[in-house]
Design a protein around this ligand. Sequence first.
Ligand SMILES: [Fe+2]
Length: 241
Amino acid sequence: MRVAILSDIHGNFDALQAVAQELSPNDEIVILGDIVGYGAEPERCVEWVREKKARATLGNHEACILGLFPVSWFNPFAASAILWTREHLGPGSLSFLGTLPLSFEDYGCLFVHGSPRSPVDEYITDPWQAREIFEEQDFSVCFFGHTHVAEGYVWDGKRTERIVFLDGGELLLEEGKRYLINCGSVGQPRDGNPKASFGLFFVEERRIVIQRVEYDVRAAARKILLAGLPEVLAYRLEVGG
Ligand SMILES: [Fe+2]
């Protein structure tokens, strides 16, 4: 069985289509939140997720759109995109977003947007923080998103090792070790690599492949500008930052 793990699509349908071309019809699909926000095609992205019957968790952008977080928690560009997105989602998509859980478990793994101890809003960014989470929380493998950086943390019971997937990579899960894995962002990478990022989990082999895919960044950026969204949201796509 192969599970495709997509996170932080952020309304970027061009990036999502490029990733979708890499998937097989038999893949199960998991989305780790932030389907919408920033990009100009939120409705098409939510429709795709629903059409594919993908399982998804709640992201902080969805939480804000649903009124669970105040808009003031976001920087002005993100806040303005959230308000725009709220106006550009149909009632079916809005009620679908309202059904998303904070986390779920399957294939022996935990799936969450932010972190196991604060599912929607904690950013996992360094090995010391990852170690705290390994010590506090009970999970074997956790897939997370939110930071838009493809990387992972491995805990062997004594120390935490950080793995960076700069232009993709592969990881074999070892018995006795625990993992926090971020497969990167489909629609707004922030690790200096503008290619869309996603993961493939080969369940029986316990193997994870992180893949980067080129897509038409210019087209996605143009749509953001034409929609009247903040210009910075278009330009950052070109640098992956
Ligand atoms: Fe995000």
